[in-house]
Design a binder for this molecule. Structure first.
Ligand code: XMP
Length: 319
């Protein structure tokens, strides 16, 4: 029988016993799993935990500020904020292939994280927000059962060469239990119930070559989309919703002038397991409002389209 307060104190005791007086390092992405892991471990061992938050230049609007606000300022967690956006965007210049982009972003993350870990020689443990479904999935991958169409690079994908012991306090939990635990630990509702966000971030939502200019346009369009979904009470009725930047220009009119600007696609899906998904039947009036706001407020965009493809045959992400 699942009782949250008991679970928290048992988990805290277990972590204290495991770790003793040693130090722990954790890659904080701002996603649900690493956030709950960080909050739980911090509850157990306080300043023996150091989190590393890597800004890869492919995060959503204000994401870094929100993570620092929640963890560093509200909860008092030690967080090292690394702005590595120049490094990531520099290495992505000229690269258009989606899998190549994923590889570069994954590799960069490992390099940046490793460099930070080396500055913390007292850390003996690497904490990760691995949850039960990840454990099953990677067991499947080893026996060849997984059929991932896209390589996945999460904060979890750190090499064994770090020579750290693994601390994975969420290994036995399902996603809904992780969320409940996050609430019990005082994390904000919006963080704990946030839609999933891929490890490569906006890197796979900017089709083809990633440029800082495109990322800035996409961040603004995506923020408007998500704001309006929340305001209309549609956010929690969708499993994942986001904007995609299409590096295609089309003709428009503004006043007496002709414009020639980029296209933003909106994607919103409903799914149980993310293996199959339906496009969300958002009200036309809501789509109209979002489209007007994006076109009026985001410079460089004159056309918004809505993706009405199911998975399969389309995937949820466009890359
Ligand atoms: P697709 O696009 O394959 O996505 O239908 C299924 C789910 O996986 C997420 N996704 C990723 N997550 N790294 C991640 O951590 C990735 O490279 C990646 N690619 C897709 C996607 O957002 C959706 O939730």
């Amino acid at each position: 029988d699942w009782n949250m307060p008991d679970y928290v104190s048992e988990a805290v005791a277990r972590i204290r016993e495991q770790v003793g007086d040693e130090e722990v390092i954790l890659g904080l992405s701002g996603g649900v799993d690493s956030s709950v892991a960080a909050a739980l471990i911090h509850r157990a061992i306080g300043d023996q935990l150091t989190c590393v938050f890597v800004d890869n230049g492919l995060l959503r609007l204000n994401e870094a500020e929100q993570v620092m606000q929640t963890f560093a300022r509200s909860l008092g967690v030690k967080v090292i904020h690394v702005d590595a956006s120049d490094k990531f965007l520099g290495d992505l210049a000229g690269v258009t292939d989606p899998e190549q982009k994923r590889k570069i972003i994954g590799r960069e993350f490992v390099e940046v994280f490793q460099a930070e870990a080396q500055k913390l020689p007292r850390a003996k443990w690497l904490a990760q927000g691995t949850i039960y479904p990840d454990v099953i999935e990677s067991a499947g991958a080893k026996t060849g059962k997984a059929h991932a169409i896209k390589s996945h690079h999460n904060v979890g994908g750190l090499p064994e060469t770090l020579n750290l012991k693994l601390l994975e306090p969420l290994r036995e939990l399902f996603k809904d239990e992780v969320r409940e635990l996050g609430i019990a630990l005082g994390l904000p509702h919006d963080m704990v119930y946030r839609h999933p966000f891929p490890g490569p971030g906006l890197g796979v939502r900017i089709l083809g070559e990633v440029k800082r200019e495109y990322a800035e346009i996409l961040r603004q369009a995506d923020a408007i989309f998500i704001d309006e979904l929340r305001a209309a009470d549609w956010y929690d009725k969708t499993s994942q919703a986001f904007a995609v930047f299409l590096p295609v220009r089309s003709v428009g009119v503004m006043g007496d002038g002709r414009t020639y600007e980029y296209v933003v696609a909106l994607r919103a899906v409903q799914t149980q397991d993310f293996m199959t998904a339906h496009w969300a039947e958002l009200p036309h009036s809501l789509l109209g409002k979002i489209s007007n706001r994006i076109i009026n407020e985001v410079r460089g965009v004159n056309r918004v389209v809505y993706d009405i493809s199911g998975k399969p045959p389309a995937t949820i992400e466009w890359e």
